[in-house]
Design a protein. Structure first.
Length: 396
């Protein structure tokens, strides 16, 4: 029997320890295997390997909530659920129509998030994206239809947090935040740190989403999935692609990166006949603050909008530094309005957008012609711009 693509391999080292790996490529009677725990200390002549003939599976249980951080180590591969998750009939998906209130004005008023949506945070190095994600976890509550009230105390709310290639400080920040606000018993942590093997980085979001699907569709919980940092994930994908000597695409990333990201992002939403839902908030850091980079470019194509964290607002001490102009929520239209938020919610949002955009134009014009050349209307828009940033975005 020949090796099969993506099957799990067990290695027995001369010193009696064992490691796991996954088949990356098969060529006739030869196979390239990526070892999960790294290849250091493996003696090629004295190490035996066993091909299991099965794909990667993960054990899932409601008891995983509230457990201490889960590092991906040995013993993870014996389970019942395939890490690619259960197939979902697209016809049974329900359109997200319930708004989640986050307590963050630029998101709630102008980029409302629906339960079951996938919406990434586009950030950059040194910006407070972790703080924003932690705040959303802390404050998120469902706006009940036809009641216009927010339910913060839902027993069936869970958070699945997957960290890929993050440093110890980021992992500690989220863990401490969950513990401080008392939500740790509703959190399932998956940690892959910067010094962990690359292939684990590719597995981590899939294990997290398999767990989230179990909690959402079997336990009927409303699950919020935070994935950070998708840029590290994409770079791990590039690394594995280079090891397999595949033809690279833009900036060295593999040509199938769009498809690969889509297999992660599509695992959000709601299913007919089940009360649970999966809302995804992936975080990615744009290299060199470049939104045209392949990672944010492809992510924005797949997901239903984005929340753009702006460096200029951050430098002016505005928190959360969310720039509403490049931000977008594609499902906002169906999650707001009479019976959910307010009848004039959409109109208020559009008016704020229009005035802020004109204010930005006036600000650019003022830099060229000076304040004396501005009309009375222009000065009003300029005043609106400053008040909007200081009181609305900054929540002052």
């Amino acid at each position: 029997q020949f090796a099969q693509y993506a099957e799990i391999v067990n290695f027995m080292l001369p010193n009696g320890t064992s490691r796991s790996g996954q088949v990356l490529e098969v060529m006739g009677s030869k196979a390239i295997v990526q070892v999960f725990e790294g290849t250091s200390g493996i003696d090629a002549k004295k190490t035996s390997c066993e091909f299991t003939g099965d794909i990667l599976r993960t054990p899932v249980s409601e008891d995983m909530l509230g457990e201490p951080q889960r590092r991906l180590g040995h013993g993870w591969w014996e389970g019942v659920t395939p890490r690619t998750g259960q197939p979902i009939n697209p016809h049974t998906r329900i359109y997200p129509e319930e708004m989640i209130q986050t307590g963050i004005s630029p998101i709630d008023v102008m980029n409302s998030i629906a339960r079951g949506q996938k919406i990434p945070i586009f950030s950059a190095a040194g910006l407070p994206h972790n703080e924003i994600a932690a705040q959303i976890c802390r404050q998120a509550g469902l706006v009940k239809k036809s009641k216009d009230v927010v339910d913060y105390h839902e027993d069936n709310f869970a958070i699945v947090f997957a960290a890929m290639g993050v440093n110890m400080e980021t992992a500690r920040f989220f863990k401490a935040d969950f513990e401080e606000n008392g939500s740790m018993e509703n959190v399932c942590l998956f940690l892959n740190l910067a010094n962990d093997p690359t292939i684990e980085r590719i597995i981590t979001p899939r294990l997290a989403l398999t767990t989230a699907e179990f909690l959402a569709y079997q336990c009927e919980k409303h699950v919020l999935v935070i994935l950070t940092d998708m840029s590290s994930y994409a770079e791990a994908l590039r690394e594995v692609s280079a090891a397999r000597e595949e033809v690279p695409g833009r900036r060295g990333f593999p040509g199938y990166m769009y498809t690969d990201l889509a297999t992660i992002y599509e695992r959000a939403g709601r299913v007919e006949g089940r009360n649970g839902s999966i809302t995804q908030i992936p975080i990615l850091t744009m290299p060199n603050d470049d939104i045209t980079h392949p990672i944010p470019d492809l992510t924005g194509f797949i997901t239903e909008g984005q929340i753009y964290v702006d460096r200029q607002l951050h430098n002016r001490q505005i928190y959360p530094p969310i720039n509403v102009l490049p931000s977008l929520s594609r499902l906002m239209k169906s999650a707001i309005g009479e019976g959910m938020t307010r009848k004039d919610h959409g109109d208020v949002s559009n008016q704020l957008y229009a005035c802020y955009a004109i204010g930005k134009d006036v600000q650019a014009m003022k830099a060229v012609v000076g304040e004396e050349a501005l009309s009375a209307d222009d000065l009003l828009y300029l005043e609106f711009l400053h008040k909007f940033e200081k009181h609305f975005i900054n929540q002052g």
